[in-house]
Write a protein that binds this ligand. Structure first.
Ligand SMILES: [Zn+2]
Length: 200
């Protein structure tokens, strides 16, 4: 039995929102095959399971905490939006945070959803260290795509779809899209768990 299989026995899946046993997110808290929320950014169409509050907010926080059962439950809700052959690019967190948690929540979400329907995940984006942004003027920050490095060998010439946990202003998704386009990819859609209002 693999380690996370063993952990599933010791810590059975539990709804991140209400605590019910059996699934990382129960169907009462967030419906499966429910309606989606949409947001239009400058160059991207964003599709979300719903607004960033209540059960979805708790699910996102549990995913950030490293809950694999929640990743699986969210993946089951994103999977109906995917098609065989789709190429998903997760908006990954920094390598330092990945080491702390043991895995990247958004990448696991994308991989689990993709595995359910014949889509594929291309881990082409790598965030650059945020501190590099500190102390820069607005003019220096204008090259927003510098926030992410993109492996062009993975995505050049491909039509890809971004996957992230939360879309707030959309600036992270747009920065990712800019990095992907600079690497020769086409991208017009992002799938996220929740859309939030305001903030950064
Ligand atoms: Zn629940």
């Amino acid at each position: 039995m693999k380690l996370h299989g063993l952990l599933d026995v010791i810590f059975p899946a539990q709804c991140a929102a209400c605590g019910a046993l059996g699934d990382g997110l129960c169907a009462r808290c967030v419906t499966v095959d429910g309606p989606c929320a949409r947001r239009e950014l400058a160059t991207l169409q964003v599709r979300a399971l719903g607004p960033y509050d209540g059960a979805l907010r708790r699910a996102v926080l549990a995913l950030k905490d490293g809950r694999r059962d929640v990743a699986a439950a969210l993946a089951a809700r994103l999977a109906p939006w995917l098609e065989p052959g789709m190429l998903l690019v997760p908006v990954r967190t920094t390598p330092a945070r990945r080491r702390v948690r043991g895995f990247d929540g958004v990448e696991l979400l994308a991989r689990t959803a993709a595995s359910r329907c014949g889509a594929r995940v291309l881990p082409a984006l790598e965030p650059r260290v945020r501190d590099a942004q500190r102390g820069r003027s607005g003019a220096q920050r204008r090259a927003a795509r510098d926030r992410f490095a993109c492996d062009a060998t993975l995505v050049a010439g491909c039509e890809v779809t971004l996957v992230d946990d939360v879309c707030t202003t959309g600036s992270t998704l747009e920065d990712c899209a800019a990095a992907l386009r600079a690497a020769g990819a086409r991208v017009s859609q992002a799938l996220v768990i929740a859309v939030a209002n305001g903030g950064a």
